[in-house]
Design a binder for this molecule. Sequence first.
Ligand code: SAM
Length: 277
Amino acid sequence: MSPEKPPGRAVGRITRGTTGTNRLRRVDRWIARHPVLRRTADPFVVDLGYGASGVTALELEARLRRARPDVEVLGLEIAPERVARAREQLQAVRAGQGPFAPDARVSFARGGFEVPAPGGRRPAVIRAFNVLRQYDEADVPDAWARMCARLQPDGILVEGTCDEIGRVSTWIEVGADAVPRTLTVSLRLTGLESPAIAAERLPKALIHRNVDGERVHDVLTALETEWTRAVAASAFGPQQRWQAALQAMTDAGLSVRGRSRWRLGELTVPWASVAPG
Ligand SMILES: C[S@@+](CC[C@H](N)C(=O)[O-])C[C@H]1O[C@@H](n2cnc3c(N)ncnc32)[C@H](O)[C@@H]1O
């Protein structure tokens, strides 16, 4: 596909708009628990590239408001017709139609990686999901730099990818200095055959690096090996098996963070463990 160039000064290109209800629940849950959201003086969050429908931005607000009732979500899209569509959806929400709160603190506007916001307001969090997937690996550093330049000083960019129904999801946390900090893999454990499935849904910065000699390949290989070895623990459920696998990785010297979230099917590792060589 050859993405068309939009009019105006929005930075980026229009790509496929595939999205879906509940698709981003795993990353939303993670953002809701993130200290940045909890501590910020201005809980302003951007959903960049929300797609053909505004549903994921509305869901993001609904999930984050449980942690921060004063959260505000701005959905940005580079495709003007997707902005018009989301604004129509928002009118229906305001009229009390559908599952979202009529007073949902959500708005929609046109924008790209330059992350325009009224009054130059800076987001605490930018979630850019399934956006860079359709770009080239070489486009990633510039896109990260542009988005991160708009963040609050302690803000984060959460840039990642998932499958159509959100059972397989991965994302990178990037700081306001545009330096990546961690990679998180989040999998629905019930019915999971192999965590190697995550390789198909790695963020653009890593998806072409899942080859011999690259760190991310080593991490995914270790995860697969330990998941296979931990089969006995599955008698107690897939969560126990996952936790046993991650404990074995830790015992082998890998820095696996977020132990309290292992039971959710998450694995978070420092960027240094997966950075392209
Ligand atoms: C595959 S959809 C993802 C929708 C949603 N985020 C999700 O994960 O379900 C990607 C969307 O990103 C938009 N997009 C691509 N580049 C963009 C950019 N630079 N700024 C804003 N939106 C962009 C496309 O127009 C498309 O609607």
